[in-house]
Design a binder for this molecule. Structure first.
Ligand code: MCA
Ligand code: AMP
Length: 494
């Protein structure tokens, strides 16, 4: 097994002065990033496990590289995580230290941890260095990251991602996309999930290439960075939808034309985390002559399939399995389907898979078949040429909104804890921008004065995370239930 980040091991000469990451006006070369990460690694070497306050900043990059260097598993935290979710993640993952920027204001729950300050401005002025040193060989099975992901019920589970999976998945993408050290990746993804952190940060660093992070997504930012040297764009469908909207402005408008030119000039436009509607594919293709390509992944599996850079782009499909990934379809009873056109659960196997859910052997076992395949819960078909199409998912209680996976159950539990709520059910509803939107169905404790929709949204945002807040609240006198008392969500949706 080679090193996870060879370009940072001992960068010298031109390799040391190559830009590794840029966030706004702050740029770190490989030499500076290696120097800062090595110094920080020494400070956390005995930490056991660290939390990273994963703001979209260079501090997060330094922190994660340092943890990898120290061989200390990192738990990236969404800085907007609410009280209840944060308490769960901290209790479950038990970090001893939190890595955060000098100006970050941390919530009380993190105060009992040792705070290790990471300062990217110091890194810019500090010594160039190397991540390498006295450490022994890297064990591929050592956990690199623990990333929390929602299920249908209960609090999020920590997916333990070994170095092996990170390396295997990034190398499969190198193969599929011809991803090299010359690539300059542009994105605005959050740095506490697989998409933004593993693909979007460790991806370029593993190749010796560069990342330009926008801090916050905007069509102007995409146009600026792709128009000035960026070669690849990663985004969730909501971002491509917003680009398609911006491209809909009349041709001849300076901003619209700059965006169209920038997208046209990119080597690769990649969408993932949810399905990109064919309508948005077509609008972008019409305005730029370029095809967005999709890849299909999951926190637990990293990347499973993807359209190749030299392959045939086919909107609506997620391409063939990536190198090293085995993929099959199966029925509920375990029967493996191999007839063309069959529809079944997508199951995968390969070096890209996680090792399991932290502290949850039950959930880990339930997610695998007896013969060792991971059950994605996604339902799909495989074409005769191996292209996979995702047609749905088994669990109706999982919502994908803006590319974030959200469990209906976690929101229901929090709504029920609100004094103004007697009964609650949560569903996903189609949304042109977000893909799906969280909808709460509420029976008020006092029907005469139900809690305002905004109050319930704030409550969910404060306890879980803003992206989990209901965007729509519908009030009912009673929830539809079957004879067993189970809420009939289907009739709610209808
Ligand atoms: C609004 N806000 C609130 C509230 N209402 N804050 C607190 N309480 C409230 N009641 C704030 C938000 O925090 C935010 O602040 C602003 O209002 C807008 O929030 P929101 O509406 O949620 O944002 P959006 O515009 O809808 O965001 C769209 C987005 C976002 C940018 C596309 O959804 C996004 O970044 N998605 C990426 C998800 C992702 O990376 N998924 C990967 C996981 P402010 O304006 O200050 O920000 S999947 C994965 O990893 C697998 C492996 C895969 O395949 O990729
Ligand atoms: P997460 O657990 O947040 O990592 O989300 C993983 C899920 O996102 C998968 O199980 C799929 O349902 C969905 N997903 C990821 N990429 C795609 C894609 N390109 N098309 C459709 N769904 C996707």
């Amino acid at each position: 097994m080679t090193l996870l980040l060879p370009a940072l091991q001992s960068p010298t000469g031109p390799a040391a002065s190559r830009e590794a990451v840029r966030f706004g006006d702050l740029s770190l070369t490989y030499g500076r990033l290696a120097g800062a990460a090595a110094a920080l690694a020494a400070r956390v070497a005995d930490a056991g496990r660290v939390a990273v306050w994963a703001t979209p900043t260079p501090e997060t990059v330094i922190a994660v590289v340092a943890a990898l260097r120290a061989g200390v598993p990192a738990v990236p935290l969404n800085p907007r995580t609410g009280e209840r979710e944060l308490a769960h993640i901290l209790a479950d993952s038990a970090p001893t230290a939190v890595l955060a920027g000098p100006d970050d204001v941390l919530p009380p729950a993190l105060e009992k941890l040792r705070r290790v300050t990471v300062d990217a401005r110091e890194a810019v002025e500090g010594p160039e260095g190397r991540v390498g040193g006295a450490a022994g060989p890297e064990d591929p099975e050592d956990p690199a990251l623990i990333v929390y992901t929602s299920g249908t019920t209960g609090p999020p589970k920590g997916a333990v991602l070994p170095r092996r999976a990170v390396a295997a998945s990034l190398d499969a993408l190198e193969d599929a996309w011809g991803w090299t050290g010359d690539d300059v990746l542009v994105h605005a993804l959050p740095l506490f999930h697989v998409h933004g952190l593993i693909l979007g940060v460790l991806g370029p660093l593993r190749r010796g290439g560069s990342l330009r992070h926008l801090g916050k997504f905007s069509a102007e930012g995409v146009a600026r960075e792709l128009g000035s040297g960026g070669t690849m764009l990663f985004g969730v469908p909501t971002m491509y939808h917003r680009l398609a909207e911006a491209l809909d402005a009349p041709a001849g408008t300076a901003e619209r034309d700059a965006l169209a030119r920038a997208l046209t000039s990119a080597r690769l436009l990649v969408s993932g985390s949810a399905a990109l509607p064919v309508h948005d594919h077509e609008r972008i293709a019409a305005a730029t002559g370029r095809r967005v390509i999709e890849r299909y992944g999951m926190t637990e599996t990293l990347m499973n399939t993807g359209i190749r850079a030299d392959g045939v782009p086919r909107p609506g499909t997620v391409g063939p399995p990536l190198a090293g990934v085995e993929l099959r379809l199966a029925e509920e009873d375990g029967t493996v389907l191999d007839a063309a056109g069959a529809i079944g659960e997508i199951q995968v196997r390969g070096p890209n898979l996680f090792t399991g859910y932290l502290n949850r052997p039950d959930a880990t076992a339930a997610a695998h078949t007896a013969d060792g395949w991971f059950r994605t819960g996604d339902v799909g078909t495989v074409d005769t040429d191996g292209y996979v199409t995702i047609v749905g998912r088994k669990a109706t209680d999982l919502i994908k909104s803006g590319g974030y996976k959200i469990g209906a159950g976690e929101i229901e539990n929090v709504l029920l804890a609100h004094p103004g709520v007697r009964e609650a059910a949560v569903t996903g509803e189609e949304d042109a921008d977000l893909g799906e939107r969280v909808v709460a169905w509420v029976v008020a404790a006092d029907p005469g004065s139900p809690p305002a929709a905004e109050e319930l949204a704030d409550h969910v945002a404060a306890q879980l995370a803003p992206h989990k807040r209901p965007r729509t609240v519908r009030y009912l006198d009673a929830l539809p239930r079957n004879d067993l008392g189970k809420i009939m969500k289907r009739s709610l949706r209808a």
